[in-house]
Design a protein around this ligand. Structure first.
Ligand code: NAD
Ligand code: DAU
Length: 353
C-alpha cells in the first residue's frame, strides 16, 4: 500500500538506520525525514539513500508548532515514526531545558498536529513513538523491565521521555489517536555519535586517549545492535496493536567495565597491537549524578506476539561496529572536527548550476 510516513530525527543514529530500512524495503512508501540537524543530526549518515525517489529531507524543529501543523497540511502524512529527541543523559544533566522542549513540547506538537489532521477518520493512521527503557528507572541485581513495570525516571532525559510516553498514551485514551510505543535498551552500531560509551571508547583507543569509566564501572546495560532495533521498529510499525507498548532488548547484559574490556581486546586485534595495550587506557572517573545502576529488558511480548528476536550476537555486532568505525575514518573525523555540519550547506542549500 502507498503511504507517506513522517520520520522525525532521521539524521540521528537510530533514525538513519530506520530510514535506510524503510526506503530500501518499501519503494511505494514516501519517507519524509524531518530533522533539526542538532549536533547529533548528521546527513552523512544517509548519503547512500538520499537520491532515492521515495526519500525527502526537511530541515525543521519539532518544537515549532506552526511549522509542524503546516508540514502535516503539506504532506498529509499517513503515519509518524517519532525518534527526534535530545538523547544523551550527561547533556540532560548540564542542560535540562533543551530536553524538556524537544522531548516533551516537540512530542505534543506532533501529537496535536496528527490529531488535527486525522481526527475525521483515524483508519490506517498510526503515531509510533520511539522511547527508552530508562523511563522505568533502575533495577537491583535481579529482575527485568516488563511493559507493566511502573515508570520511575531519574534523570532529566528519562523524565522527559517518560513525560512524552504519558502524553502519547493520553492522546490515545482521550482522543482515540492510533498510537504505539516501544521502549528499547541501549543501542550500539555504525553512525553513533562518539559521546556514547562504545564509539567514545573506540575513538579514544584510536587516539590513545584515556577511557573514562564512571564510578566503579559495575553499572549494567542491556545492549542491542541498532539494525536489530530498526527491524523491531519496522515489525511493530506494521504489526503492533494500537494503544500497546512493546519492550525491545537484546537479553545481553554487560557491566560497563566488562564491556570495555571486551572492546579493548577487539580493538587490539583489529589494530594489530599488543594484547592489553588498550586496557591500559582505562581510567575510573567521577560518577554520573543519579546514575542508574542496572537496566535489563524482558522482550518476551515482542517475541511472542510479533515474532521479533535479535539477529546477531553481541560479539559479532561489536566486532562489526569496531570495523565500521575503523573503516569510516572520514565520517569519524568529520564528526569530531565538526565538519559534518557543513554537509547540509553544500548538499541542500547550494544552488544548482
Ligand atoms: P540521536 O541523538 O543520535 O539523534 C536524535 C536526532 O533528533 C538528531 O538527528 C537530531 O538532529 C534530531 N533532533 C533533535 N532535536 C530535534 C528537534 N527539536 N526537531 C527535530 N529534530 C531534532 O538519538 P538516537 O540515539 O538515534 O535516539 C533516537 C530515539 O531513540 C530517541 O527518541 C531516543 O530517546 C530513543 N532511544 C535511543 C536509544 C539509544 O541507545 N541511543 C535507546 C532507546 C531509545
Ligand atoms: O537505555 C537506553 C538509553 O541508552 C537511551 O535511551 C539513551 O538515549 C542512550 O544515550 C543510552 O543511555 P546511557 O546513559 O545508558 O548510554 P551511555 O553510552 O551514555 O552510557 C552507557 C553506560 O556507560 C552508562 O552506565 C554510563 C557509562 N559511561 C558512559 C560514558 C559516555 C561511562 O562509564 N563513561 C562514559 O564516558
Amino acid at each position: 500500500m502507498n503511504k507517506t510516513i513522517l520520520v522525525t530525527g532521521g539524521a540521528g543514529f537510530i533514525g538513519s538506520h530506520v530510514i535506510r530500512l524503510l526506503v530500501n524495503q518499501y519503494p511505494k512508501y514516501q519517507i519524509v525525514n524531518l530533522d533539526k540537524l542538532t549536533y547529533a543530526g548528521n546527513l552523512e549518515n544517509l548519503t547512500d539513500i538520499e537520491k532515492l525517489p521515495n526519500y525527502t529531507f526537511v530541515k525543521g524543529d519539532i518544537v515549532d508548532r506552526t511549522f509542524i501543523v503546516g508540514l502535516f497540511e503539506q504532506y498529509e502524512f499517513d503515519a509518524v515514526i517519532h525518534l527526534a529527541a535530545e538523547s544523551h543523559v550527561d547533556r540532560s544533566i548540564t542542560n535540562p531545558m533543551e530536553f524538556i522542549e524537544t522531548n516533551i513540547i516537540g512530542t505534543v506538537n506532533l501529537l496535536h498536529a496528527a490529531k488535527q489532521q486525522w481526527e475525521e477518520d483515524y483508519s490506517d493512521k498510526l503515531f509510533y513513538h520511539v522511547s527508552t527503557d530508562e523511563v522505568y528507572g533502575t533495577l537491583g541485581a535481579t529482575g527485568l523491565f516488563t511493559e507493566t513495570t511502573a515508570y520511575d525516571p531519574r534523570s532529566p532525559y528519562s523524565a522527559s521521555k517518560a513525560s512524552s510516553d504519558h502524553l502519547v498514551m493520553a492522546y490515545y485514551h482521550t482522543y482515540g489517536l492510533p498510537v504505539v510505543i516501544s521502549n528499547c535498551s541501549n543501542n550500539y552500531g555504525a553512525n553513533q555519535f562518539p559521546e556514547k560509551l562504545i564509539p567514545l571508547c573506540i575513538n579514544n583507543i584510536k587516539h590513545k586517549k584515556s577511557l573514562p569509566i564512571y564510578g566503579d564501572g559495575k553499572y549494567t546495560r542491556d545492549w542491542l545492535w541498532v539494525e536489530d532495533h530498526a527491524i523491531a521498529i519496522n515489525t511493530i510499525f506494521h504489526k503492533g496493536k494500537h494503544g500497546e507498548t512493546y519492550n525491545i532488548g537484546g537479553h545481553n547484559e554487560w557491566k560497563n567495565i566488562d564491556l570495555v574490556h571486551l572492546l579493548c581486546d577487539i580493538m587490539d586485534e583489529e589494530l594489530k597491537q599488543e594484547k592489553g595495550a588498550s586496557r591500559e587506557l582505562i581510567t575510573f572517573i567521577k560518577d554520573r549524578p543519579g546514575h542508574d545502576r542496572r537496566y535489563a529488558i524482558d522482550a518476551t511480548k515482542v517475541k511472542n506476539e510479533l515474532d521479533w528476536v535479535p539477529s546477531i550476537t553481541f560479539e559479532e555486532g561489536l566486532r562489526a561496529t569496531v570495523k565500521w568505525y575503523l573503516q569510516n575514518e572520514k565520517w569519524l573525523n568529520n564528526v569530531t572536527s565538526g565538519n559534518y555540519q557543513k554537509y547540509y550547506q553544500t548538499q541542500y542549500t547550494t544552488p544548482s548550476k
